[in-house]
Design a protein around this ligand. Structure first.
Ligand code: 3PG
Length: 400
């Protein structure tokens, strides 16, 4: 980005692809970490006199406008963080976007509505995506990719648009890639990886690669139950990806072969009901051994024995990568597992990386100091796919 700025951006329309996919409750942003992470890039461009067009996706709307996924609350918060007015276009490439961009003076910032309100953004078909990228390209002169959390998506604004405009990577992407690269090169050992969260299939892939790199893998959260089932335990109504059981068995065997410690929860908190995250009404969980989950109950957090075990496995770590909460941390009755892992990272002398939208939001929402961690990534799937060694479309597009 500094080279791009040196080349002169004054009066130029610069399209910044950010990842402003923040958690919302109604119109309230519950964690603004992703907005804060990209704000310096936007400020830098605005201070250099650019007309800054910020764009992002939010949630997974179905290719058409859907008010619950509007970026309007984000425009307001971005304005507060930048200390300047951020105008908001109520569409992505339509009349509102064209008018809002045309009205920008040098140093001003606008945010477009959710890119995924247009089916072309996520289309599998190259021509359909390309046609949307063509429309976006007409709005801008230059492109800055800084939405690290979305670089693993082959989407129009991430992959096709940079091919159509002179482009550069923003500072957030540069920092993220710098840190994650370290984890793929020589790490201080023991290298401990903690994996949790609900997006089970997204994470099973990364384990394959991590089995070659890590010394210990600690599993928690939603993905535990597929492994527990693979080991022959009943998991009641817990989150389960039956089709991944053979893969889990392969990983368990591979871990043993390679001498990688592969830990699953030994106890879990279960309930017949998913807790109410809005009212946070007491949930009355039951504590059971992980091989004794009742048929009508689901696992919602790791139990105290697992917390203690995982804390011990983190204590002497040299490097830790953590992705995914250990339970339904949004509810106080199921937050202790995630808290214990966060505290375990803080208490160790290790270089610690928290990867992921959910785990990053969790540490902030649970009141931990961000500076107590080595690095908190804004990318969940993106950081995992980077560690898998995959080519990420949004990075490849910026490399040439
Ligand atoms: C994320 O939250 O991981 C990114 O914003 C990407 O979102 P997606 O998984 O809906 O593409």
């Amino acid at each position: 980005i500094d080279e791009l700025i040196q080349g002169g951006v004054e009066g130029k329309r610069v399209f910044v692809r950010a990842d402003l996919n923040v958690p919302l409750q109604g119109e309230t942003i519950t964690d603004d970490g992703r907005i804060r992470a990209v704000a310096p890039t936007i400020s830098k461009l605005a201070e250099a006199g650019a007309k800054v067009i910020v764009a992002s996706h939010l949630g997974r709307p179905k290719g058409a406008p859907d008010p619950q996924f509007s970026l309007a609350p984000v425009a307001k918060r971005l304005g507060e963080l930048l200390g300047k007015n951020v105008s908001f276009a109520t569409d992505t490439v339509g009349d509102s976007a064209k008018a809002t961009v045309a009205a920008l003076a040098n140093g001003e910032v606008t945010l477009l509505e959710n890119l995924r309100f247009n089916a072309g953004e996520t289309a599998k078909d190259d021509a359909e995506r390309g046609a949307f990228a063509d429309q976006l390209a007409r709005l801008a002169d230059l492109y800055v990719g800084d939405g690290f959390g979305a670089v693993h998506r082959k989407h129009a604004s991430v992959y096709d648009l940079p091919a159509r405009l002179p482009h550069a990577a923003g500072d957030l992407i540069a920092t993220e890639v710098g840190v994650l690269k370290k984890l793929t090169e020589d790490v201080r050992r023991p290298y401990v990886v903690v994996l949790g969260g609900a997006k089970v299939s997204d994470k099973l892939g990364v384990i394959d690669n991590l089995l070659k790199k890590a010394d210990r893998i600690l599993i928690g959260g939603g993905m535990s139950y597929t492994f527990l089932k693979a080991k022959g335990h009943e998991v009641g109504i817990s989150l389960l990806q039956e089709d991944q059981i053979p893969v889990c068995l392969e990983y368990l065997a591979e871990a043993e072969k390679r001498g990688v410690e592969f830990l699953l929860p030994v106890d879990v908190l279960v309930s017949a009901d998913f807790p109410d995250l809005k009212t946070k009404a007491p949930a009355s969980p039951e504590l059971v051994a992980s091989d004794a989950i009742p048929a009508d109950k689901e696992g919602l957090d790791i139990g105290p024995k697992t917390r203690e075990l995982y804390a011990a496995k983190l204590a002497d770590a040299g490097t830790v990568f953590w992705n995914g909460p250990m339970g339904v941390f949004e509810h106080p009755d199921y937050a202790n597992g995630t808290k214990a892992v966060a505290q375990g990272l803080i208490d160790s002398e290790a270089f610690t990386v928290v990867g992921g939208g959910d785990s990053a939001a969790a540490v902030r929402l649970l009141g931990f100091d961000e500076n107590a961690f080595g690095h908190i990534s804004t990318g969940g799937g993106a950081s995992l796919e980077y560690l898998e060694g995959k080519t990420l479309p949004g990075l490849a597009a910026l490399e040439d």
